[in-house]
Design a protein around this ligand. Structure first.
Ligand code: URA
Ligand code: SF4
Length: 268
């Protein structure tokens, strides 16, 4: 019988099990090629310059009004608002907005970059190849999509060609994620990749320098690990992601024992 650790390693793709699942033709140079997935290592499409963000009326007050309106929304209002949002240029080419998915009072919040092609078609985050790896990462920590876990992205509409969201686009979308986090009240946020980490922590740094520490997003503990799409191409960093997940589990345990559950209960 396999030990729990062996099962976890298998789930993380750190044993031959992963190789069996992967298409043989895609396995070259120690990594998997993933057509429409995104990662923190990818830059904008060559030659693509994101248009400047237009936030409707130019006065700052319009932006402030929008933010404070979003900050007062409950779940249904927030969902309606996102579904019809035109606050940044990403709305123009999206098929579906990708609001986020999971338990609305989850302890765990995983934040990615933005929808890829599969997510844009289905309206759900992390449903492509990277999503499969994310599900395996969740399984490795004994968690499951929708079960005490919420999954969201920095932007809710797909950046064309899977480029990184432009800073103005991330900024325009930020009140939605901010409000989601206020409503969920997760105990721990896991930022997946550089785009998520840099936007949530509002500072420029590499994933390598940010992992292994407990940061904070507006008072909520946050840890940083690699983006699953990047891990699909970088097998050596999968081992580091495994270390990060162990660190996340330990951090969560510490939070659960230190903080009384009353906090959480009064919130739900
Ligand atoms: N990559 C992301 O960052 N988010 C998704 O939802 C899918 C792929
Ligand atoms: Fe609105 Fe966010 Fe979509 Fe931009 S990415 S249109 S701010 S929902």
């Amino acid at each position: 019988m396999k030990t729990r650790r062996e099962l976890m390693l298998e789930e993380m793709g750190l044993t031959p099990t992963w190789r069996l699942r992967a298409p043989a033709s895609a396995e070259t140079g120690g990594g998997l090629q993933v057509g429409n997935e995104r990662s923190d290592c990818e830059n904008d499409m060559p030659g693509h310059i994101a248009p400047p963000v237009t936030l409707h009326a130019s006065p700052l007050t319009a932006v402030d009004d929008r933010r404070s309106a979003i900050m007062r929304m409950d779940w249904p209002a927030l969902k309606v608002s996102v579904a019809s949002c035109t606050a940044c240029p990403l709305h123009a080419r999206r098929n579906k907005t990708v609001f986020g998915v999971g338990a609305e009072n989850a302890d765990w919040l995983f934040v990615g970059e933005g929808p890829g092609a599969d997510e844009d078609a289905q309206g759900e985050p992390f449903v492509g190849q990277a999503g499969k790896l994310l599900d395996s990462m969740l399984a490795a920590i004994g968690a499951k999509r929708g079960d005490n876990v919420y999954i969201a992205n920095i932007v809710k509409c797909r950046p064309p060609g899977n480029r990184n969201p432009a800073p103005g686009e991330a900024l325009a979308c930020e009140p939605y994620l901010h409000r989601q986090i206020e409503l969920i009240k997760p105990r721990l946020i896991v930022a997946l990749g550089k785009v998520a980490a840099v936007n949530l922590l509002a500072r420029e740094a590499s994933v390598a320098s940010m992992r292994g520490k407990v940061h904070e997003y507006r008072g909520t503990p946050l840890i940083v690990t690699y983006h699953p799409a990047y891990l699909l191409r970088s097998l050596p960093d999968k081992a580091k992601a495994w270390v990060d997940l162990c660190f996340a589990v330990e951090t969560m345990r510490g939070l659960q024992t230190r903080k009384s559950d009353a906090n959480k209960e009064t919130a739900t």
